[in-house]
Design a protein around this ligand. Structure first.
Ligand SMILES: NC(=O)c1ccc[n+]([C@@H]2O[C@H](COP(=O)([O-])OP(=O)(O)OC[C@H]3O[C@@H](n4cnc5c(N)ncnc54)[C@H](OP(=O)(O)O)[C@@H]3O)[C@@H](O)[C@H]2O)c1
Length: 316
């Protein structure tokens, strides 16, 4: 059996479980493409998600260990499974792999052909790998769940982070008035992404700076999420991405609370590609690390201050 370099975890846990080792190269099943991964990107909290370890989103399914983490990638189509007609070997592609499958921290990944999109030509593979999960989460929060329209007011909590930096840019690109909370040292950064108002979460109260917000996108949870009801207008929406908004609080404020898990979506990814190619969206990359340093990359997600995404370089 052909082997590849991969990062795997043989037991459920945190970054300490990740090993860089040889693993069997996957074969594309019907409807799948085999992608030669050039770069993959990682997300805060993903090693804590049930879907990372089982074949169901709520953890009730079969244990999938050993697992390969990191579900967003950019690469080149290397082979086609049966019934795949829309891609050819050599196509440059990027995408979000369903969380209940092996991810892309490996030289090859078998990916459903219908979740893959053409890589933006203006981005390198390292840059493109930082886009799919964060940008699709942002797109689905703002457009699918938040029903954002031009001129509406949006508050983004955690605007300098991996996902928040995309929420701020996409909200601004869609014509919203954007306020974002971030660390004091990140205020200029979130303004550079398109925030009209930047609030230092450690020293200022966002309740004193924003009000009558149409949509809150919260990437933090806890008290930050709970306090958000005070600034939403009646009929407005709080989309929680780190944690579900309280349904009773939503009812009390005449607002809507939504929690969702990002899903692969080729149409959404094409809209995102369009924003990238028109210069309206750029992936903020905190650092690039080789695949062999995946464990250090995941540790940095938990412990270190960052701006934007951490990308694993898999091959040239
Ligand atoms: N539901 C889904 O489908 C989905 C998809 C993607 C991600 N997520 C979840 O969403 C969350 C965010 O992910 P991420 O990749 O963006 O994480 P991240 O890169 O760690 O970003 C979080 C940001 O929030 C900031 N922050 C911390 N406390 C804050 C506060 N009280 N007020 C405002 N900002 C604060 C952090 O700043 P400092 O650096 O100063 O701490 C950081 O910039 C994670 O819990 C992740 O698991 C869920």
């Amino acid at each position: 059996m052909r082997e590849m370099n991969a990062v795997r975890a043989h037991r459920r846990g945190g970054p300490e479980q990740l090993v860089h080792e040889k693993a069997p190269c996957p074969r594309p099943g019907p409807g799948e493409v085999l992608v030669a991964v050039r770069a993959a990107s990682i997300t805060a909290g993903e090693l804590g998600w049930d879907a990372t370890w089982t074949d169901s989103l709520d953890g009730s399914g079969r244990d999938r260990t050993p697992i390969i983490p990191s579900h967003e990638f950019s690469g080149v189509v290397a082979a086609l499974g049966d019934d795949v007609t829309d891609w050819q070997a050599g196509d440059e592609v990027y995408g979000l792999i369903p969380f209940t499958m092996d991810g892309a921290a490996a030289e090859y990944a078998a990916v459903p052909a219908d979740v893959v999109a053409a890589k933006p030509e203006s981005l390198t593979h390292d840059q493109a790998a930082a886009v799919p999960l964060a940008a699709l989460t942002a797109w689905q929060a703002l457009v699918d769940h938040g029903h954002l329209r031009r001129g509406r007011r949006v508050l983004v909590h955690g605007g300098a982070g991996g996902v928040g930096s995309f929420v701020v840019q996409i909200a601004a690109a869609l014509g919203a008035e954007v306020a974002a909370t971030a660390a004091g040292r990140d205020l200029d950064f979130v303004r550079s992404l398109g925030a009209d108002i930047a609030v230092d979460y450690a020293h200022d109260r966002f309740e004193d700076r924003v009000h009558d917000v149409d949509l809150v996108v919260d990437l933090v949870g806890g008290p930050t999420l709970d306090r958000s009801w005070q600034v939403v207008r009646p009929g407005g929406t709080v989309v929680g991405i780190a944690a579900p908004p309280d349904a009773e609080e939503a009812a009390r404020h005449g607002a809507r609370g939504v929690f969702f898990v990002v899903r692969p979506d080729r149409a959404g990814l094409r809209s995102i590609t369009d924003l990238v190619e028109h210069g309206r969206l750029a992936p903020p990359i905190d650092r690039l690390l080789p695949l062999s340093q995946a464990r250090a990359a995941y540790e940095a997600l938990e412990r270190e201050h960052r701006r934007g995404k951490i990308v694993l370089q898999v091959s040239d």
